[in-house]
Design a protein around this ligand. Structure first.
Ligand code: ZN
Length: 282
């Protein structure tokens, strides 16, 4: 099932909808996506009924899609997790997983503008597979980790490179407002046969910059969940950004950062695409 947060007019509280082809139907659930994820086992069959009985929905082109999860409890992202990105970053392959957080307030809608802040001009893209935690837990072993994934979406781990490298950890440079666009919806885990075999790409103004497949992850998602849950309890709606492949702007020669008006499109096979226009902050 493809579950979106949407509104008819772009205003008011988003509702949960079920995406059917290029249309969307109201899921008949009076709560947020976070609440739906937390209670999914008891609600799933009702939503499947809605989807099965839906005759016609609203065209996706007529509604506004919001970030599927507006305020996740945690956003964790792994660094240096594709071999080609490690090489272009002139780093050694890490022996242990390298993690940083993105602020809740960096969440952005799938087609919303992405800000270039006045004090942070070196903005870069990083397309990533994002996993949405369903059933929470601590000390989750890798061989059980798939049971804890609710679904997947496309993410852009937008990064301000100057702030990222101003200190020994990266979280500030990863946490600017609007710098975590996600969507366009959550595809539930049962629809994805293998999250480690998905084509993943990012283009800027139509020019392909990143193109890879999630089979090239250094630490796979199951290892990531085992590692994170060894430190803390994972909860429904938590997001995990699973790393970006090579091709970021900071590694180009000469370096290329995003400019106002640039259009950044991130796409993952089976999950759809998100696309944002860069806008200079007032
Ligand atoms: Zn990243």
């Amino acid at each position: 099932m493809k579950l979106a947060s949407y509104s008819e007019t772009g205003e008011g509280s988003p509702r949960v909808g079920i995406v059917l082809g290029d249309t969307i139907v109201d899921a008949g659930f009076d709560g947020t996506m976070m609440e739906l994820i937390a209670t999914w086992p008891s609600r799933r069959s009702a939503l499947e009924d809605v989807a099965a009985k839906a005759s016609s929905g609203s065209p996706l082109s007529s509604i506004t899609l919001h970030a599927p999860v507006a305020r996740p409890g945690k956003i964790w992202a792994i660094g240096l997790n594709y071999a080609d990105h490690i090489a272009e970053s002139k780093m050694e392959p890490p022996a242990r997983q390298v993690w940083f957080t993105k602020a809740q307030t960096s969440i952005n809608g799938p087609y919303d503008p992405i800000l270039i802040a006045r004090n942070a001009p070196y903005v870069d893209y990083e397309v990533e597979l994002v996993a949405v935690i369903g059933k929470g837990g601590k000390y989750i072993p890798a061989d059980k980790a798939h049971e804890h994934v609710f679904g997947y979406c496309v993410g852009n781990d937008v990064t301000e490179r100057m702030w990222q490298h101003a200190g020994p950890q990266w979280s500030l440079g990863k946490s600017f407002d609007t710098h975590a666009p996600i969507g366009p919806w959550i595809t539930t885990a049962d629809e994805i046969a293998d999250p480690h075999d998905l084509d993943i790409s990012c283009s800027v103004n139509g020019e392909l910059r990143q193109g890879s497949n999630t089979r090239h992850l250094v630490f796979d998602l199951w290892q990531q969940i085992e590692h994170l849950s060894g430190a803390m309890t994972l909860e429904p709606g938590d997001l995990i950004f699973t790393g970006t492949p090579g091709g970021v702007g900071a590694a180009m020669d000469p370096r290329q950062f995003l400019k106002p008006g640039d259009i950044v499109r991130c796409e993952i096979g089976g999950l759809g695409h998100i696309e944002g226009t860069m806008v200079a902050e007032d």
